[in-house]
Design a protein around this ligand. Structure first.
Ligand code: HEM
Ligand SMILES: *[C@@H]1O[C@H](CO)[C@@H](O)[C@H](O)[C@H]1NC(C)=O
Length: 330
């Protein structure tokens, strides 16, 4: 009948558990993270994205891709936004990002307004995560809650890019591996690839499929021949013009829809890494399913974006809140 001692022990145990939980929660991302500290944060970001996208609708694609490139390299820590210095070539100056990555000015504008109204509170990594969501929403995709609380990293190395970002020449197994390295299933890889439903590509990213596929055939046989002819007109062989670009989604390049998957079914995936999704039974089935059920894809995409936004985040007392997104705090 000695219940007193165990009771006391359990109370202490509960207190310890509660304390641990509080510490853990504090260091986790949370929807509405800035509600008390900077209640206008997400509105200000959205307003700047709206301005940027209304003057150039391609900016939505730029910001979506920028968040992906941030998260896959050193986690979603705003490292993609840091400028190179005389002693360091940053991520943004790797060939995968320069000159193709766009939208930096929109992040700068949002950051300037946020610093003016809530100095030192909102991280660049969060601004980018919110902006990517806004971009999806403004192009007709499903909006979703973005948990906030990421903090900014202090390291950005161009040399980190190659091992972490997929190349457009990868096959389905290589893509699956690359996304598995970041904690994603093959299904989520196919879902996230749907990001290519908006935006454009420089000719240089895929022209090998048109002119120098391999030693036996010059043109990738998995590419629809009529589409290939059209692409050759848009991207002349040996052109040195770095400004030549083509839309990735042939019919609806500014709308977040399932056009990307429709194109793949028609052998009009722009990159080898897009069309390769038809070479595996499971991924090909998923491409078909997405075309038939756009709402399903939209929901899965939103969920996968939230998951992507959690990769390797700095929280709590780790990292910093950068004053300017292009430079680490001194
Ligand atoms: C599956 C592996 C992926 C590969 C190999 C890949 C590769 C590429 C390449 C080569 C470009 C064209 C860059 C240029 O030359 O201008 C591009 C553009 C783009 N990518 Fe990806 N990507 C992948 C996944 C993703 C994911 C997961 C997202 C977002 C969820 C994404 C979003 C975009 C967007 C929106 C653009 C257009 C950017 C613009 O118009 O400025 N990509 N991607
Ligand atoms: C070139 O590609 C074609 C079509 O995919 C394939 O049949 C052929 O084996 C490839 N040749 C080489 C040398 O890889």
């Amino acid at each position: 009948m000695s219940t007193k001692k165990p009771n006391c022990m359990s109370i202490i145990l509960v207190l310890v558990l509660v304390l641990c939980q509080c510490i853990r929660l504090k260091a986790q991302l949370q929807v509405g993270f800035y509600a008390a500290s900077c209640s206008m944060a997400e509105f200000i970001v959205k307003d700047e994205v709206r301005k940027g996208v209304s003057s150039d609708k391609g900016m939505a694609a730029g910001l979506l891709r920028m968040h992906f490139h941030d998260c896959f390299v050193r986690g979603c820590d705003g490292s993609v936004l840091i400028d190179s210095t005389p002693s360091n070539t940053a991520e943004k100056d790797s060939p995968a990002n320069n000159p193709s990555l766009r939208g930096y000015e929109i992040i700068d504008n949002a950051k300037a307004r946020l610093e003016a109204s809530c100095k030192g509170v909102v991280s660049c990594a969060d601004i980018l995560a919110f902006a990517a969501r806004d971009s999806v929403e403004m192009t007709g995709g499903l909006g979703y809650d973005v948990p906030g609380g990421r903090r900014d990293g202090r390291i950005s190395l161009a040399s980190d890019i190659q091992a972490n970002l997929p190349a457009p020449t990868l096959n389905v197994n290589q893509l699956t591996q690359m996304f598995a390295n970041k904690g994603f299933t093959q299904e989520e890889m196919v879902t996230l690839s749907g990001g290519h439903t908006i935006g454009r590509s420089h000719c240089t990213s895929f022209s090998a499929r048109l002119y120098s596929f391999n030693t036996t055939v010059s043109q990738d046989p998995s590419l629809d021949p009529t589409y290939a002819t059209q692409l050759k007109q848009q991207c002349p062989q040996g052109s040195t013009n770095p400004n030549l670009v083509v839309p990735m989604d042939t019919l609806s390049p500014s709308t977040t829809d399932v056009g990307y998957y429709r194109d793949i079914l028609a052998n009009k995936g722009l990159f080898g890494s897009d069309q390769t999704l038809m070479t595996n039974t499971a991924t090909a089935n998923q491409v078909n399913q997405n075309v038939r059920n756009p709402m399903l894809w939209s929901r899965n995409f939103a969920d996968a974006m939230v998951k992507m936004g959690r990769i390797g985040v700095l929280t709590g007392n780790n990292g910093e809140i950068r004053a300017k997104c292009r430079v680490i705090n001194s």
